[in-house]
Design a protein around this ligand. Structure first.
Ligand code: UGA
Length: 463
């Protein structure tokens, strides 16, 4: 395999894991794959499969995006992905195209990775997928496999099979496989090569084997493969995201209690996480969960519950608790700035988490809006999301550095866990602030050190 050193090192780590996996039977050869949609999931999937050794064409209809990708540039920020794309374009295993029909010829599998944004009612909008499958019904040859990679409501694959039938493709001659992704923004490339599991849902043994083969190729997936029905695969995706939201919501509430009784939640979370039944991940308290997936998927799940008259008490509370968490952070800012006139806040971090420029449903954006509505004067800095932030946060002064955000303010507020905020010269920052108050909503800094620098320091659950 050729490629640059960074993405190769990711591959090498995967290889190490793969060496522990059960031996594979017989030689494996690459297959031709089409990936529709060059968003975050499409790009990672296309470049990842190319790295496995498959021949991949990724179809994108947005001409600007396409032009950038062809030049080896990413239209969004995702660590390691640009290098992975470049090395695979160079090795000619990955190409980008605009014409869907031409890109389907001879492909063994067609992965659909287009967006399913919430519609006005909050449910997933399947317009783009329905349109694509209607086109595929006309274009595909028997034996080609459609694989749904986008997150789609339970029952979608069945409806897509109906679209195929309505367009004259009877008897399952074109199979529909559900293959949900579990990629986190910011670490998606790593996640692609180190999956916890691969879920393949469908009713055609041959098509399931094709998708299995695609993942086995390159021997980088020692993770368990779950072969199941389409509906179960769809449910696994929603249940997983709903559970992650619940887990974060839970530790956020424990953090509130820890705050009030003077206990360090990080110590509690660490000890809890050592119990394998609980596990250490997703136990970091913060300003609430956000992003393009957890909120949207929880909303869809709640919508399903409502349509089936199933109350989903826990998950409704999880959503409410997340909104409470924004208010909890704001209340900390208020308590530190109580006696100050014309309160000025310097926010550090606006993206919904570090290593991404994504502002969708970001708790930082929600909190900035609450502060503005309550009369605070707000400046903010984010290392990756500044341009988008200027468009959506008109009443916030988006500045170019952490120091610009903190200068002459009464309270610093860390809302995204970018490591550069940890490395900031906080002594210097304290000197340019009007009052040395800080709310560290990501528990990024060391409380003792911040207090030594003279800050009134508050974090989440570390009273
Ligand atoms: C999530 C899932 O983690 C992925 O498995 C899934 O594939 C993806 O959604 C999707 O459906 O496509 P992502 O939205 O990228 O991934 O972000 P997460 O890493 O899950 O974080 C979500 C939110 O929870 C962020 O706001 C993050 O800051 C917050 N979080 C996460 C915490 O507050 N504490 C934690 O311990 C973990």
């Amino acid at each position: 395999m050729t490629g640059d050193s960074k993405s190769d090192s990711i591959y090498a780590r995967s290889r190490e894991l793969a060496d522990d996996a059960a031996p594979l039977s017989g030689p494996l050869s690459g297959v031709k794959i089409c990936v529709i949609g060059a968003g975050f999931v499409g790009c990672v999937t296309a470049a990842g499969f190319a790295k496995f050794g498959h021949e991949v064409v990724c179809v994108e209809k947005d001409p600007e995006k396409l032009a950038m990708l062809r030049k080896g540039r990413l239209p969004f920020f995702e660590r390691d992905l640009e290098e992975l794309i470049r090395s695979n374009v160079k090795s000619e295993r990955l190409t980008f195209a605009s014409d869907l029909d031409q890109s389907l010829e001879g492909q063994k599998a067609v992965f659909i990775a287009v967006g399913t944004p919430p519609d006005k009612s909050g449910r997933a909008d399947l317009g783009a997928i329905n349109e694509i499958v209607t086109r595929l019904a006309r274009e595909l040859e028997p034996g080609q496999v459609i694989v749904i990679r986008s997150t789609v409501p339970i029952g979608t694959a069945r409806k897509l099979k109906d679209i195929l039938k309505q367009n004259g493709r009877e008897n399952g001659e074109i199979a529909v496989i559900s293959n949900p992704e579990f990629l986190r923004e910011g670490t998606a490339v790593y996640d692609f090569f180190h999956p916890h599991r691969v879920v393949i849902g469908g009713d055609s043994a041959e098509a399931i084997e094709t998708v299995r083969h695609i993942y086995r190729m390159g021997a980088v997936t020692p993770a368990p493969t779950i072969v199941t029905t389409n509906e179960t695969a769809e449910m696994i995706k929603y249940a997983s995201n709903a559970f992650l939201a619940t887990k974060i919501g839970f530790i956020n509430e424990v953090a509130m209690l820890c705050d009030s009784v003077g206990i360090d939640v990080l110590e509690v979370a660490r000890a809890m996480g050592l119990d394998t039944r609980i596990g250490p991940e997703f136990l970091n308290p913060g300003p609430g969960w956000g992003g393009s997936c957890l909120p949207k998927d929880l909303q869809e799940f709640l919508g399903l519950g409502q349509s089936r008259s199933i109350p989903l008490v826990i998950l409704n509370a999880v959503r409410q608790a997340n909104e409470n968490q924004h208010e909890f952070v704001v209340s900390k800012v208020k308590s530190l700035t109580e006696n100050i006139d014309e309160k000025r806040i310097g926010i550090l971090g606006l993206s919904f988490k570090a290593e991404t420029s994504d502002l969708r449903d970001s708790p930082a954006v929600a909190i900035a809006r609450i502060l503005v509505n309550e009369g605070f004067v707000v400046k903010a800095f984010d290392p990756a999301a500044a341009e988008d932030a200027k468009r959506i946060l008109k009443d916030v002064d988006i500045v170019n550095s952490s120091y610009d955000a903190l200068g002459n303010t009464d309270c610093a507020l860390i809302l995204t866990e970018w490591s550069e905020f940890q490395l900031l010269d906080w002594k210097k920052a304290g000197e340019i602030m009007r009052h040395k108050n800080i709310v560290d909503a990501r528990n990024l800094l060391t409380p003792e050190q911040m207090r030594r620098y003279g800050f009134n320091y508050q974090s989440i659950g570390q009273a």
